[in-house]
Design a binder for this molecule. Sequence first.
Ligand code: PLP
Length: 369
Amino acid sequence: MEVMRAAAEREALGDPVYHLEVGQPGSTAPKGVIQAAKDALDNHRLGYTVALGIPELRAAIADHYAREYGVSVPQDRIVVTTGSSGGFLLSFLAAFDQGDKVALVAPGYPCYRHILTALGIKPVIIETTKEDRYQPSPALLEKAQAEHGKIDGLIVASPSNPTGTMLSKEDMAALAEYCGQSGIRLISDEIYQGISYGRGFETVLSHADHAVVVNSFSKYFSMTGWRLGWLVLPEDLLRPVECLAQNLFISPPTLSQVAAVAAFDCREELESNVARYAANRDLLLRELPQSGFGDLAPSDGAFYLYADVGHMTNDSLSFCSRILKETGAAVTPGLDFDEARGHRTMRFSFSGTTEEIAAAAAALKDWRP
Ligand SMILES: Cc1ncc(COP(=O)(O)O)c(C=O)c1O
């Protein structure tokens, strides 16, 4: 947020800013979704819906699993939520009790640990390395349990934010099996699914129906501000989540729900967004090492590159501030993603236009710390 504030101040002065700090698509919602929203504004009452979401959207999501992953998910296990953020709140509340321990990796998306802490659930941080591909494994979980005692849950994200790394099919299966055998509730954040480079898509549902899946229209579907996501739940969490959703949210946003049904028919436009991310990623992978940012996480998906800049700084916050001031490139220091080691890392987002990413790379080329 500090980088974004500094970037906005710079823009207000008329200086150029290249936005490599953003965590959202540079594109709008697909045309079909926008048209469906316009039709709904004209013709729909847009009152509350049932708490679990409109049946048409739940059915479209179930179809999506059958078509894209060959997995049969009954519609009544799908719950539409207010972004995946709403899904985290609902599933954490339903799955865990105060004092429970939930493991998650660093570097990782900071809101997981913030939401857990706000609910009185204890985050157990597993520090991962490039050798682990920044992903958890049964061995790392075993070690965490030896150190912290019985772990009640695990949050995993593939592709991950901020590293973009993915779990292979085998690794995902091994993790799901370990969690099933050890009584660890597995929560799989699949929000960046659909955005990957050369790797197939994988859902934990292919391996375990005891897992909780959290997903969203914010990234692949390019509908960030529409605040819509979904959960796929195991049977035992359905009723608790329904009760919580009714009381906390009444229903997810109706206009977004009605329009999102069309999102699954907008493949061509959505795939052209992914092609743009792929071109931007290639460009940065080519250019960044020449500017000293060569120690990158092996990113297979999402729209991020995570760099170790320990050879250039021990203070990523002021390092990123200087980069912004001296080149106009807004980039994110690693501190939020990894409290212990983020002082030596940073994240580049390549979700913008290719012109913007190319301009940022050119500005970084001659810059030296
Ligand atoms: C890994 C991850 N999960 C979840 C979210 C939250 O997304 P939303 O609430 O828009 O679905 C984000 C947002 O950047 C994210 O990076």
